[in-house]
Write a protein that binds this ligand. Structure first.
Ligand code: FE2
Length: 325
């Protein structure tokens, strides 16, 4: 019997199906971003129109019927309210129609657990980097088993910072891989570098980079921004790796698709003789399979939810979630 997971925190409506950790299907539809940001209600409308098609494609890919689903997971948060609500509604309708238990999944946990499972990692230090989030995490047992936040951004997620810069620089589509292309062959100039212990901040860097476009080329500014932001993450991660005494370092989330970030973190891990692990890009981008994977762990470890707990929470922090597996 399989578990179906629905992801809808932002631009992606994803539906994944897994069985005993094996991913049977991973389908998605993505709101076209181009050169603009996201207006949450417009993205939610797009998800609403596409949800049934993506669910059908996932069932077809897995080669199963709805009756063969054992439980349904959806992303409870963090994310954009209207988008989360569409995923929750779709999951609720399936659960009511087929009388299935519902599992409210933390989005960050999805990114972490799908990578952990892919490499069968036991106790890694996790750098989770995406649009809205940037955190350094690791499992601790007290006061309950959960992912402790060793360090995190004081202001915005690195992904949103890079996307905002891309829009200011007129890069299309306005996201990280476009900035990475624009940065090729660039020359470094100094930018604000903000690390406090294992925490960091990005808005000062973003403002400085956007102002620098008046006096520097897009290429040099993109290059300097990327190098500075990634070096900040590497410094904080290296400190956490030593403090937490972890032997494995994994990076996950949308920004983990960056070749340059992987290269830099790989050097940090190597210097401290830690294993270094990154998922393939299709699992680092938002997707439904990561929600199905966590929903299955929650369900099989005996978690049950009453109707009142099956809400959405735009600011659902990963360190408040009990890890029961
Ligand atoms: Fe994400």
């Amino acid at each position: 019997m399989a578990i179906l997971g629905i992801e809808s925190t932002a631009h992606t409506f994803g539906v994944g199906i897994c069985d005993k950790g094996r991913i049977l299907a991973n389908q998605k539809s993505m709101y076209p971003i181009k050169d603009r940001g996201m207006i949450p209600v417009k993205v939610a409308g797009f998800h609403m129109r596409n949800a049934h098609l993506v669910i059908k494609r996932a069932l077809d890919e897995a080669g199963i019927k709805p009756g063969e689903i054992e439980a349904v997971g959806y992303t409870k948060g963090p994310g954009l309210g209207p988008c989360l609500a569409v995923g929750q509604l779709a999951a609720t309708l399936i659960s009511k129609r087929y009388k299935l238990p519902l599992m409210p999944v933390n989005h960050a946990l999805g990114h972490i657990e799908v990578t952990k499972q892919a490499f069968r990692l036991k106790d890694p230090l996790v750098l989770y980097v995406s649009g809205g989030n940037s955190q350094i995490l690791g499992i601790v047992e007290n006061p309950f088993r959960h992912y402790h936040v060793y360090g995190e951004t004081f202001d915005i997620g690195i992904g949103n910072m890079i996307d905002s810069f891309a829009r200011a620089a007129g890069l299309v589509p306005a996201w990280g891989s476009t900035v990475a292309k624009a940065a090729a062959g660039g020359r470094y100039f100094e930018m604000p570098y903000t690390v406090k212990g294992m925490d960091f901040a990005f808005t000062g860097l973003q403002t400085f980079a956007e102002k620098s476009l008046e006096s520097h080329s897009v290429r040099d500014t993109s290059y300097s921004l990327q190098e500075t932001a990634f070096a900040m993450l590497c410094e904080a991660t290296e400190r956490a790796l030593l403090l937490a005494r972890k032997r494995e370092l994994m990076v996950c989330g949308g920004v983990a698709q960056s070749k340059r970030l992987k290269e830099m973190l790989g050097i940090v891990a190597k210097e401290h003789r830690a294993g270094f692990f990154v998922s393939p890009n299709e699992l680092n981008a938002d997707n439904g399979a990561m929600i199905a994977v966590v929903a299955e762990k929650m369900y099989r470890s005996g978690q049950h939810y009453s109707a009142g707990q099956l809400n959405i929470n735009q600011r659902y922090r990963v360190d408040t979630v009990k890890v029961t597996w």
